[in-house]
Design a protein. Structure first.
Length: 78
């Protein structure tokens, strides 16, 4: 899901064409979206693979971005 400007009327909402993201924002958007998708995947996964996907999700988060830290955070939540 993304947020974009739109026009809304009685027939519904329609996105307004916009320019591509500026490089400074695009560089952060891709890893954050990856983190979000992997987080959802972990939540829906079978218990046997949930932790490894959660670690991978946190590793892709720019705030964490460290495999050992991500693994430690997930273990603390368990």
């Amino acid at each position: 899901m993304i947020e974009v400007p739109c026009l809304a009327d009685k027939s519904g909402a329609r996105p307004v064409k916009t320019q591509s993201l500026p490089a400074a924002v695009k560089g952060l958007t891709i890893p954050v979206k990856t983190y979000e998708r992997l987080t959802v995947e972990a939540a829906l996964a079978q218990p046997s693979s949930r932790r490894s996907i959660a670690v991978h999700a946190l590793f892709t988060n720019p705030i964490v971005a460290d495999w050992d830290a991500a693994r430690d955070y997930v273990e603390r939540l368990a």
